[in-house]
Structures are given as structure tokens and as C-alpha cells.
Design a protein around this ligand. Structure first.
Ligand SMILES: NC(=O)c1ccc[n+]([C@@H]2O[C@H](COP(=O)([O-])OP(=O)(O)OC[C@H]3O[C@@H](n4cnc5c(N)ncnc54)[C@H](O)[C@@H]3O)[C@@H](O)[C@H]2O)c1
Length: 416
């Protein structure tokens, strides 16, 4: 595979973290970078020097970056700027890897879809959680029928981000303005991405509707009272985002998906995954599974109760071959960089072969949950319809391109 020249737009926390994975992927050469904050551009250049990398072209104006001869760009700016930048990039002939986040409105989702269709450039959401070790193990178990027919799935983004949200002004972080003025599932894709792939959303199945209900918003104010009581402006702020937003998605195949967004209350991080079918389930919070056929003792055990087995008991047999291969390569792992590395490998593979495993229809559908949940919350939990961004093609689309990184099936022949 030739090295592809890519640009990165958005050099905040995420843009910087991505670099440590990108330098392990020889097929991706960071040839240009941009942030509209000059300080962040300079920090990135300094980082390249520290790591002994040649300095990429850099600019504070993304249009200058898009004018260059690049194969693709990664958009890792704040949520509310993703769509205009991604659309401009596709119009400039670049494939796009767009960082995770929700959409502001339906028009933005359609614009992504129509621009990708018109230009022939792909727009792949870089949803790293689709490549998580546990997510892919559970996917493998589900595809091999251990959980039976899948009936229900759930997941959450439950992350205590009170400081980042409350101090978004001084930290220049984009979450703050959204938590001040919006109320819905602002960050649905970490949990929804793997579930949507498992349920074949946009290939034989689709999400029909979204219902969302939000709790009151107290968490950020409470944090400010405790940590910044003298900041009168922050003390007066009227945060609109409910502390816990719960959404129920109904699918054409009859499945339900429950998503939880909770970033403003104290708690340890969780994505709270659950995949449940007619023969068993996985529950991430317990790091455990129950598989009826593997547990005959549950029928006759003295207390008559079902018992959990650790997911690790199933890893030897059901780990996804992508992770088996990745471990064999012995690439040093840091934080959740492993998922970042794999999603970026999938991006590179898509540049080489076309047809990314997360395409523009997936990207638009997953992002749409955000504005739909805001609408539903605003109407007291009324169901709102999910647009069909495939325009009917979900009914009989061709199977996904076969690759190591495929997310609707496991292409075993791709691995040695
Ligand atoms: N996949 C993951 O695990 C993961 C983790 C963290 C963040 N993210 C995502 O990455 C993205 C960035 O998050 P972050 O935490 O780095 O945010 P951030 O606010 O720290 O950084 C965003 C950067 O974009 C820049 N920017 C904004 N508008 C711009 C424009 N028009 N042109 C050029 N630069 C612009 C800002 O100056 C800032 O430096 C978000 O979509 C976030 O959801 C993903």
C-alpha cells in the first residue's frame, strides 16, 4: 500500500492523541495540519520535532489545507464545525475521516450524504469503539449465534466531564456551549456504532424512531458551587443539558436500543454495553456473559438462578481475529490508542480499496440521533422518525466489502 498524504484539521486534545497512533501506520503520512488557534498549530509542530518527525505544512485556515494535494483529511475539530469542514473537504476531492460527535440538524446529515454521493469521496466516521476488543469479541460471539436472535441492545456514554464542561470557556473546549444550550444525547456514537453494525443498520435493517427523555440538570452547577464559588458568571449559568438523557431507538427488525448520555454527574467511566438475544446476553458493567446453552447447571443448580461467566472465559475462543493479529504484531499499547490504531488502519485500508466499513450513511444515521433526541426531549418524549439516509437502499444493499476491518461480518479468509 502506498503512503497516503493526509491532513488533520483540529489540533486539540484529540488531534494530538491521534498522532501517537498515526506514527505507527506507515500507510498514512501526515502532510498538513490546521487549527484556527495558532498556539495549537505551534504546539503540534513542537510535538513533531520532539518525536523526530518532519514538520508538516501548517496553517490556521483549513481552506489553505484543502487546496493542497492530499488524499484525505481527518476532521477532529469541535462537533459543531464537523459538517461544513467535511463537506468542503469532499468538494476539494479529499476522502474524509470525521471524528465522533452528533449532528446539529437534519440538513447537515443530508448534506454529508449528498456531497459524498456527488463527489464520490467517502466520509467515514472514525468511531474507534467499533474496534474495541470487547465489542469485537461480543460481535464474534453474536455472529456465531451464542446469544441467539438479538432482541435488545444498550449502551451509554457515562463519563464525568464536569470540569471540562464547566471550564470550557478558559479551556477553549467545544462541549461547554453545547451543554449550555442543548438538551439531548449529545454523544451517541461510541455506544451506538458497534450496536448499529451488529444489527445491520443500513444493510437490511434501519432505525425507525427515537424517543428521548432528559432528567433535570444539576450536576455542572453543583460542581461549580463546590469548585468555583467565586465565579459569579459561571454560578449564574443556566445549563440546559439534562444530567441523564435516556433514548430508546426502535429498529425495523423489531430490536430496541437504549442509549444513556450522562456526563455531568460524578461516576467512573462506562459505556454500559448490553447485547441481549433469545439465548443469552453480554453485560459490560459486569464484564460478564450468560449463554444458556453453555450453562446447563443453571437449570438444575440448587438456587435455580442463572449465573454469569466472565467475558474473559470466552476470549480464547471468540476474540476477533483482528485483535489476535494485532496482539501478535506486538505494537505498544497506550490508553485507548489500540482502538484508535485499528480504526485508522481501517481508514487507510479504505483509502486503498474504497468503501469504508463505516460509510456516509452510517455516519449520518449515527450523528442524527443527537438532533432527533433533542427534538424528542423538547416534545416531552414524543417519538421522532429517523430519516432514511440510504433513500430505500437499506432494503437490499450489497454486502459490505470484504476486509479485515469489516464490521458487519468477520472475513476470516483475510487473516493468515
Ligand atoms: N474517538 C474518541 O475516542 C475521541 C476522544 C476525544 C475526542 N474525540 C472527538 O474529537 C473531536 C475533537 O475533540 P477535542 O477534545 O480535541 O476538542 P478540542 O475542543 O480540544 O479541539 C478541537 C480543536 O478544533 C479547533 N477548531 C475548531 N474550529 C476550527 C476550524 N474552523 N478550523 C480549524 N480548527 C478548528 C479548535 O481550535 C480546537 O483546537 C470531537 O469531535 C470529539 O468528540 C474523539
Amino acid at each position: 500500500m502506498k503512503p497516503f498524504n493526509i491532513g488533520i484539521i483540529g489540533l486539540g486534545a484529540r488531534g494530538v492523541v491521534l498522532l501517537s497512533s498515526l506514527i505507527k501506520i506507515p500507510e498514512l503520512n501526515v502532510a498538513a495540519v490546521c487549527d484556527n488557534d495558532l498556539g495549537r498549530v505551534e504546539r503540534y509542530r513542537e510535538l513533531c520535532r520532539e518525536k523526530g518527525l518532519s514538520e508538516p505544512f501548517s496553517t490556521v485556515d483549513y481552506r489553505e489545507l484543502l487546496a493542497r494535494d492530499l488524499d484525505a483529511v481527518i476532521v477532529s475539530t469541535t462537533w459543531n464545525t464537523h459538517v461544513p469542514i467535511a463537506v468542503a473537504a469532499m468538494r476539494a476531492g479529499k476522502h474524509v475521516g470525521i471524528e465522533v460527535g452528533g449532528a446539529l440538524c437534519e440538513q447537515d446529515c443530508w448534506e454529508l450524504v449528498k456531497t459524498s454521493e456527488e463527489t464520490g469521496r467517502f466520509c467515514m466516521m472514525l468511531e474507534n469503539c467499533c474496534y474495541g476488543d470487547n465489542e469485537l469479541t461480543v460481535f464474534n460471539m453474536a455472529r456465531q449465534g451464542l446469544f441467539g436472535e438479538i432482541v435488545h441492545a444498550a449502551g451509554g456514554y457515562e463519563h464525568d466531564l464536569r470540569e471540562q464542561i464547566a471550564l470550557g470557556g478558559e479551556m477553549r473546549h467545544g462541549r461547554m456551549v453545547n451543554f449550555l444550550h442543548r438538551n439531548g444525547d449529545l454523544y451517541p456514537t461510541h455506544q451506538l456504532g458497534p450496536i448499529a453494525k451488529l444489527l445491520n443498520i443500513n444493510r437490511g435493517n434501519r432505525i425507525l424512531s427515537v424517543v428521548s427523555v432528559a432528567s433535570k440538570a444539576r450536576g455542572v452547577h453543583h460542581w461549580i458551587e463546590k469548585n468555583r464559588p467565586d465565579d459569579s458568571e459561571l454560578m449564574r449559568a443556566d445549563w440546559k443539558e439534562g444530567d441523564v438523557v435516556t433514548s430508546i431507538l426502535r429498529c425495523a427488525g423489531g430490536e430496541t436500543i437504549v442509549l444513556t448520555h450522562a456526563c455531568t454527574l460524578p461516576r467512573p467511566y462506562s459505556r454500559d454495553g448490553r447485547i441481549q438475544g433469545t439465548r443469552g446476553l453480554w453485560l459490560e458493567e459486569r464484564d460478564a456473559v450468560f449463554v444458556e446453552d453453555d450453562a446447563p447447571q443453571t437449570v438444575s443448580n440448587p438456587d435455580g438462578e442463572h449465573h454469569w461467566s466472565p467475558l474473559s472465559d470466552y476470549k480464547a475462543e471468540y476474540r476477533h481475529p483482528l485483535w489476535v493479529e494485532y496482539d501478535r504484531k506486538g505494537i505498544a499499547k497506550e490508553g485507548h490508542n489500540d482502538m484508535d490504531y485499528l480504526v485508522l488502519c481501517a481508514f487507510a485500508d479504505s483509502l486503498e480499496h474504497g468503501e469504508p466499513p463505516i460509510d456516509v450513511y452510517d455516519t449520518a444515521t449515527w450523528m442524527a440521533v443527537t438532533y432527533l433526541s433533542e427534538q424528542s426531549v423538547a416534545m416531552g418524549g414524543t417519538p421522532v422518525p429517523m430519516p432514511d439516509f440510504t433513500s430505500g437502499r437499506w432494503l437490499n444493499r450489497a454486502p459490505e466489502r470484504r476486509s479485515k476491518y469489516a464490521l458487519t461480518e468477520i472475513c476470516r479468509e483475510q487473516f493468515e
